[in-house]
Design a protein around this ligand. Sequence first.
Ligand code: C2O
Ligand code: CU
Length: 474
Amino acid sequence: MSSRSIQSAAWRLLACAGLGCTHADAQDEPTPVRAPVAITDLDPDPAVMRAVLVAEPAEVEYLPGTTAAVWAYRDGGDPSALASVPGPLIRVARGTTIEIELRNALPVETTIHWHGLRVPAAQDGTPSAQVPVPPGGRFTYRFEARDAGTFWFHPHVAADVQIERGLYGALVVDDDAAPAGSFDADRVFVLDDVKLDADGTLSTTTDALDRMLGRQGNVLLVDGVRRPSLPVRGGARERWRFVNAANGRYFRLRLQGARWLELASDGGPLPQARPVDTVLLVPGERRELAVELPAADAGPLVLETLHTDRGHDIPDPGPLPLMDVVLEDDREPLPPLVWNGPAIAPLPVPEAAATREVVLSEDDEDASDPRFYIDGLAFPETSPIMVPAGTVERWRVRNDAEMDHPLHVHGLFFQPLADGAPDLARGWKDTINIPRRTSVELVARFDNVGQWMVHCHILEHAERGMMTMLHVMP
Ligand code: C2O
Ligand code: CU
């Protein structure tokens, strides 16, 4: 890239520092998609994945010709590996024993939380589960990949800072819901947005809007790259797995010109693949799609994110481009997708209207210092939710606030209710949007004993109070 185009990219950043503005359109040359690289498995036993993740300061190029100082994960089992955002991909078969050693080369303490995985409580990587790993320290996480699905991992200490700095990666547990050969490719796209200064470095200022809405960046990233380009065969069918790793941004995905079938939700494969036009992905959520591409003469397609009105008058910037999909020579036509998703048994919904109410609220009297509450209190003042192991509870999560909050429950999956019955078409969930001034109902069996976290996955909200503990008591 010439220095003139660097200057013009910098100028565009400066000229447009508002919330609604992003620079995904300030593209000069297409950067190819950079799929996360699979981590090195140091154990020859196929039933065991043993690997090392080093968390360390690193540099990445978010804007061409510039460098941003980040914190990132590196594959400690590969001497030639560099730290990357997102970190290495952990991919295993269901039932695999996973043993990951975290080596902390950061100047601050950290942990790894395995978002969505049903791990033993002591391996969950939260402050209620372990003493954070100090700089220079190590900790080995051990658990079994019990469920198929697309999951992710990230720190659970000062998450608003550490995830924003680049500490996150995807973890895929494969399923067998589609016969071999059903897809021409199986891809993982971790979505994020970063707030960059004009010189391409990560902005260190957190303003009142960031605190209120969750920090929205001015540069959108797909697997750590601003508006990458993805070459695909015309007429191909691919499997795309999306993770929303952003602090606060809601992605509403659309790929006009292609056909989408939703295959899997947070907790793995859906019973039936169902056609969708757009997909809303709130922070922390995952979704998998079958993407059926048109013939190459349809021309290039653009994966976009559409505006979501999530309260407080967030301005609508219109559709924003995330990735260019470039159709190359056509493949021969594929037979229709056969999808054998596992049946999901509905949980027995307790008769009582709600066995528990959880209330989300905010105090924005001082707009520069908003506070966020669960049941009227800010963590750690909240009183833990106590549930005897084995109990099925029906929760009504009531959002009294003026904005949406994506609620995440650790250690289990729940079933969202629609008109009082489990909405099985949505599959098993661990993260769900609670629209403002609305209640959402869900049902869960609390069978994973231990101390877990429940919180809003807008990271600024969680760190500013909207978090509590869940004790599943033996
Ligand atoms: Cu992805 Cu408690 O977090
Ligand atoms: Cu929130």
